[in-house]
Ligand binder design. Structure first.
Ligand SMILES: [Zn+2]
Ligand SMILES: [Zn+2]
Ligand SMILES: [Zn+2]
Ligand SMILES: [Zn+2]
Length: 374
């Protein structure tokens, strides 16, 4: 699934092209590379261990996992010096000898752990709910442990998020495609890779996820979620045209599925307007926001986060447009002043959206001043 290249020459094979080793499923572009890999690439010795590990995909996941754990422990070495794991109480893991990590909001002596211990813990917790058929909510709560710390309730970030992404994928890679846990694991791996800005790898995972969802005939809503993730990856890669096309589809998908007043529809309308703005298609961005802002106001009221984001989007499109008039600049400044007041009151001064709005307010004010000075 995640392996989409020939093991010898790295030709891109997508999800179905090429040829597989009949025993271990290692992928090749064709018989020549396969023969070469066996004779000179060491596959004659590796084939058996790969098959024994559960096939090429599992073998790859295990290997990537070990690498990601080493990277995470190394990056956290300074912070974790002299500490012990809150799960196994040791400094070095008894079996893997890996070092400690911490990548959440835990402070002081709290929250140090081995990635293996974190992964083992959530694996067991989740297996429990799967066996006993507990309801969805409990299942979701336990699944959260793959990405959220149980002590501080904040999401893991950076290298720790990435290592847990591989841990999760390695745990569930053997699940059949129709088991939605497989897609969840792929999603988590994609998020982890995005957290360390490995956007090309994220793209491979997102595309594989989307292709799988289509193949198994997943619900339209699940497909829209994966498409939304894919669009973020394209944006991160600077492939803005592709991102915008997908966001447009996601927006119109939710519009059809849930109607214009649904929260998801409004969020995606806003995302689509952002993508248009990044492409400098300001008129389209503005007219979409003018159409959807009254709907959002009716549904959520003026203080809701979505409403703030939409107004922000509109004001940005207003003053960044090359044809912006002095009045447009003034309207943008007024809007950002108003947004800053609301955000401070409703979300608080340390909320990322508040910070973002306040920083932009400074920029728009400066832009207005520059414009007013002859
Ligand atoms: Zn090849
Ligand atoms: Zn093989
Ligand atoms: Zn431990
Ligand atoms: Zn924590």
């Amino acid at each position: 699934m995640i392996l989409t290249q020939c093991a010898v020459c790295a030709t891109e094979l997508g999800l179905s092209l090429g040829k597989k080793c009949g025993r271990c499923s290692t992928r090749y572009c064709g018989p020549e590379c396969q023969v070469q890999h066996w004779k000179e690439g060491g596959h004659d010795k590796l084939c058996k261990p790969i098959k024994k590990a559960g096939g090429a995909e599992q073998y790859n996941a295990n290997k990537k996992y070990a690498e990601a754990v080493a990277v995470a422990a190394e990056a956290c070495a300074e912070d974790t010096k002299g500490q012990t794991c809150f799960i196994c109480t040791q400094a070095l893991h008894w079996k893997t000898k890996e070092g400690l990590v911490r990548g959440c909001a835990c402070r002081g002596t709290a929250g140090f752990a081995h990635v293996s211990c974190l992964a083992e813990q959530v694996k067991i917790l989740f297996a429990e709910v799967e066996e006993s058929n507990l309801d969805c909510e409990v299942k979701n709560e336990r699944w959260h442990r793959w990405h959220t710390c149980s002590l501080c309730e904040q999401q893991y970030h950076g290298v720790v998020s990435c290592a847990l992404g591989w841990a999760c994928w390695k745990t569930y890679v053997g699940r059949p495609e129709t088991d939605h846990i497989r897609s969840n694991a792929m999603n988590l791996l994609g998020n982890g890779l995005a957290d360390v800005k490995h956007h090309e790898d994220t793209l491979t995972v997102r595309e594989a996820d989307l292709a799988m969802m289509r193949r198994i005939g997943a619900s339209e809503e699940s497909i829209l979620v994966v498409q939304g993730n894919l669009a973020s990856t394209y944006t991160a890669l600077g492939r803005l045209e592709e991102a915008s096309r997908i966001v447009r589809d996601v927006y119109s998908g939710y519009l059809k599925l849930a109607g214009e007043e649904h929260e998801k529809t409004l969020i995606e309308a806003n995302n689509y307007a952002s993508s248009l703005r990044q492409l400098k298609r300001f008129e389209e961005a503005k007219s979409l926001m003018l159409k959807m802002m009254p709907v959002a106001r009716r549904v959520f009221g003026g203080n809701h986060e979505v409403m703030l984001m939409m107004r922000q989007n509109y004001a940005l499109a207003l003053y960044r447009d090359d044809g912006a008039t002095l009045d447009d600049f003034r309207e943008a400044v007024n809007t950002f002043e108003d947004l800053a007041r609301i955000a401070r009151r409703v979300l608080g001064g340390s909320h990322p959206l508040t910070t973002e709005i306040e920083q932009t307010l400074q920029k728009v004010r400066a832009a207005l001043r520059a414009r007013e000075t002859p």
